[in-house]
Design a protein around this ligand. Structure first.
Ligand SMILES: *Cc1c(COP(=O)(O)O)cnc(C)c1O
Length: 460
């Protein structure tokens, strides 16, 4: 059975013994030493099996990959039906008109119209299975800048044994994003915090660290600190490569990044043997990672900067601890590096650049004019990052490049209208929200208030 270690433990003997299986890693969310769980080793996939993926459907590929991690924990047939059930929507891979080898992978056709559905839907199904086995009740706390909350709320809605509490910054999410969370009710509670995303995240972190809460409530996380978010996010890399090169020749992926959970899915795919030439992880104005690659010193951005690609407004990406661990280093939850990573090797595999709001907007306009390609702000950061990489590596222009579009343009109708003069057509999942009634609570950013609220609602 595959075990998971904590990124805080490898150099500290005190916690060296903490290794858990997937079930515990998922239910704990974060390791007790506040590190993040990582697989002890990566199962590799033979080239023969990789080649066979071009003939398989998305749920079949998901089953093959995830089974490596769930063996001994989830029976094969059960996992297979979870995959069929979770991935019941389209995953368009569009060739960009007029290019020979550029593609857009649209990960925005799930029920909440962002790529977060891929992970949330699988994680909810796995957690529900584990909860049923153990007869426990669990409360999932999640801070969101918009898309995570929506995907998690939707995926966990009406799952027995699980309560979900979502904190979002009152003034920083769009109306549609808010309605995706606040119209569900039942086991989903939504709280608007009078503050920024960082305040929401700080409240959640404090709750995890609070010993009194821990005694009364079994808390878990659905943020991308949970390894259950990352494993399913490796699958679409295999899927996309199988459709373009049958996994026989390397491809480049450009992944617009905030907390770096999405790009870590790509790193996992690479570790499992998928031929990836390089992963591009462009960011918005929150540029702590490209600065780190440049100078080897890490400095988080505090407070995080507000950019139009709002789901990527992250000043200290939590998954960097995992990335650095993969390259032999160690970073704790505060962003302090106690053991440096092999920066040369890291840069061979990963490229990053900061894309400003102005460049993002110009990209949305230029790809529309040049290719009739409709991108929203996050996807535009991804495309721009690829162009910047090409400027440095013109010799690599023939390597097939897949840019991830992580949200549906109709989630950002006002930006698209201002820039292009059109209103993107909303999928039914978004347009049907307009007439539903909302239930959410508004709260000051105050831990004592929040804690009392948790005790009152969860224990009642
Ligand atoms: C969450 C999100 C991102 C960033 O993904 P990370 O895994 O946090 O790097 C990018 N785009 C959209 C639309 C998102 O919702």
């Amino acid at each position: 059975m595959l075990l998971f270690y904590s990124t805080n433990s490898n150099y500290h003997s005190e916690f060296n013994h903490i290794k858990v299986n997937l079930k515990e890693a998922l239910l704990n969310g974060q390791a007790p030493d506040r590190g993040l769980y990582m697989p002890e080793s990566f199962p590799t996939i033979s080239t023969e099996e990789l080649y066979s993926y071009s003939q398989k459907t998305y749920p079949e590929i998901a089953y093959q990959i995830l089974n490596r991690y769930t063996e001994g924990i989830i029976p094969k047939e059960t996992l297979y039906s979870l995959c069929i059930d979770a991935y019941n929507f389209e995953i368009p891979l569009e060739k960009v008109r007029g290019t020979t080898s550029n593609y857009i992978l649209r990960l925005d056709r799930g029920p909440t119209a962002s790529f977060k559905d891929f992970a949330a839907r699988m994680m909810a199904r796995m957690m529900s299975l584990f909860i049923c086995e153990s007869n426990e009740e669990i409360t999932i706390l999640t801070a969101t800048s918009g898309d995570t909350g929506a995907a998690v709320a939707n995926a966990f809605h009406n799952v027995p044994g699980i309560k979900v509490i979502i904190l979002f910054p009152l003034k920083e999410v769009s109306e549609r994003q808010r309605k995706q969370m606040s119209t569900l009710s039942g086991n989903i509670t939504t709280i608007a915090i009078k503050g920024k995303f960082d305040d929401c995240q700080a409240l959640v972190k404090k709750a995890f660290a609070d010993t009194q809460l821990k005694k009364h409530i079994k808390l878990s996380s659905a943020n991308s600190i949970n390894i259950g978010r990352l494993l399913p996010q490796s699958v679409y890399y295999f899927y996309a490569a199988s459709r373009i090169t049958e996994c026989k020749a390397p491809v480049v992926f450009s992944v617009p990044s905030g907390n770096f959970g999405d790009m870590m899915g790509g790193m996992i795919a690479m570790k499992m043997g998928l031929p990836i030439a390089q992963i591009l992880a462009p960011v918005n104005g929150n540029d702590s990672f490209p600065n780190y690659l440049k100078c080897g010193e890490y400095q988080k951005i505090e407070p995080s900067r507000n950019c139009i690609s709002n789901a990527m407004n992250v000043g200290h990406p939590s998954n960097l601890a995992r990335l650095i661990s993969l390259f032999g280093g160690q970073m704790n939850e505060k962003g302090e590096i106690s053991h440096p990573a092999d920066l040369t090797k890291l840069k061979e595999k990963v490229y990053s650049v900061s894309v400003s709001d102005d460049e993002t907007q110009k990209t949305i306009i230029s790809v529309w004019e040049k290719y009739q390609l409709l991108l929203e702000p996050h996807g535009a950061v991804g495309w721009n990052g690829y162009q910047r990489w090409l400027e440095i590596h013109p010799e690599r222009k023939d390597i097939p490049a897949i840019c991830l579009e992580t949200a549906h343009p109709a989630k950002f109708p006002q930006h698209i209208r201002e820039l292009l003069g059109i209103i993107p057509e909303a999928p039914l999942s978004l347009s049907s929200l307009d007439s539903l009634s909302e239930h959410y609570k508004t709260m000051d950013s105050d831990f004592d208030l929040f804690k009392q609220y948790l005790l009152d609602t969860v224990l009642k």
